[in-house]
Design a protein around this ligand. Structure first.
Ligand code: ADP
Ligand code: MG
Length: 373
């Protein structure tokens, strides 16, 4: 799969951009703050439906503009699709071939992102790891995305009820009842999806990790659902039941703190090498190797899911982040990858590419990308 052409309008510092990338390696070169990462962000948004760095989607609209738009023609499988994301002050909306969809490309157009932020994935807060696993699943499943959106609404609504000082205890309890039921219902589906896709990643991860760090023990990315791994093992009905029970148990705590205290918005994921947790015991090198292996496993997973097509690889500022040895390894892997790649760098000297041939270079400056002759 690959992008045949990309247009951005009022997206961050980019007023109007049209890019016709090559099918293989595309190098976006430019000084800092010129818009290179913004282009990567836009491509990621097309495939996952969410930004890897915006806290609020409105931040992506160009300052003083009303709305933003990303449009691309992408070849996926046998055909080409017109993908579009429109962002205004109220919402992001997606179309595929002019039909409204929940995410422009779910099940179709896959990307793997490798950005400096992700080196910190294992050290950062649980929210970043939930976001990470969800962004993979969003690419594969429409349902997970709509479930997640609905789930967020349920939690927001519950929290409002928990904070509403005008409600008596019994009135609050009554008002919460249908929301508890929805939380258990939609929440259990989210838990099962995360569990399933983590399992699949773990089918691919150890081999990738072993190739990077042959002397190390086995790598695993373990799902730590707030409802407990036991419930997940028994299946969706027991997860649902467990969520209901947890809400009941936390009822008085919730009333005091005014927030929802059970459900998949409290899940985490844990990186393990052998029996030890990378978060607490891993060296800097292990952290990086783990994330790298995870990314490669992710690439395998998406390739499998698309029946053997290469996902698009997005590499933001990677050359500056990895030490020389891993850098070399990484570009070797990249050289072996057959698909379309977007790489950003401040100079093309940063990116010492192996003999991959067919490199398209774009100079990015002030939100404008100019193909280099
Ligand atoms: N909503 C926005 N409107 C206009 N400019 C923005 C917006 N969001 C970010 N920017 C600008 O985009 C630039 C950063 O672009 P980025 O793609 O991160 O640069 P780099 O080329 O270093 O990767 C900064 O100058 C920032 O101020
Ligand atoms: Mg950047």
């Amino acid at each position: 799969m690959h992008i045949d052409d990309l247009s951005l309008r009022n997206f961050r510092n980019i007023a109007d951009l049209r890019l016709t990338p090559g099918k293989r390696i595309n190098l976006l070169v430019g000084r800092n703050a010129q818009g290179k990462t913004n282009i990567i962000e836009a491509i990621g948004l097309l495939s996952t439906g969410q930004s890897f760095r915006a806290q609020d989607f409105r931040d992506m609209i160009r300052w003083n503009a009303q709305d933003a738009e990303i449009a691309a023609r992408a070849t996926c499988g046998a055909g080409a699709d017109a993908l579009r994301v429109s962002i205004d002050s109220r919402r992001k909306s997606f179309t595929r071939n002019d039909k409204r969809v929940t995410a422009a490309a779910a099940g179709k157009f896959f990307t793997v992102l490798f950005a400096p932020e992700e080196i910190l994935l294992l050290k950062g807060p649980p929210a970043s790891r939930r976001r990470y696993i969800d962004s993979i699943i969003f690419q594969l499943s429409h349902t997970h995305r709509s479930n997640s959106m609905q789930y967020e609404k349920i939690v927001r609504h519950r929290n409002r009820l928990l904070q509403d000082a005008r409600l008596s205890d019994s009135a609050r309890r009554e008002a919460l009842r249908p929301w508890d039921e929805q939380l258990a219902d939609i929440g259990s589906r989210i838990v099962m999806a995360r569990s399933e896709w983590c399992r699949r990643i773990n089918g691919l991860l150890p081999e990738r990790y072993r190739a990077i760090a042959p002397e190390d023990a086995q790598a695993r990315f373990v799902y730590v659902p707030h409802c407990g791994a036991n419930a997940v093992e028994k299946g969706i009905d027991s997860v649902k039941e467990r969520l209901r029970a947890q809400l009941e148990e936390r009822r008085s705590d919730e009333a005091v703190r005014g927030i929802t205290l059970a459900g998949p918005h409290r899940d985490d994921l844990e990186a393990e090498i052998g029996a030890s947790r990378v978060k607490h015991f891993g060296s800097q090198g292990q952290h990086r190797s783990f994330v790298l292996a995870l990314k490669l496993a992710e690439m395998d997973l998406l390739r499998e899911a698309s029946g053997g097509e290469e996902p698009v690889f997005l590499l933001d500022d990677v050359a500056s982040e990895l030490d020389a040895e891993r850098n070399r390894f990484f570009f070797e892997v990249l050289g072996a990858a057959r698909g379309q790649v977007f790489i950003t760098a401040t100079t093309d000297a940063d990116v010492r590419l192996p003999g991959v041939g067919e490199i398209s270079i774009f100079d990015v400056s002030g939100g404008i990308a100019t193909p280099r002759k």
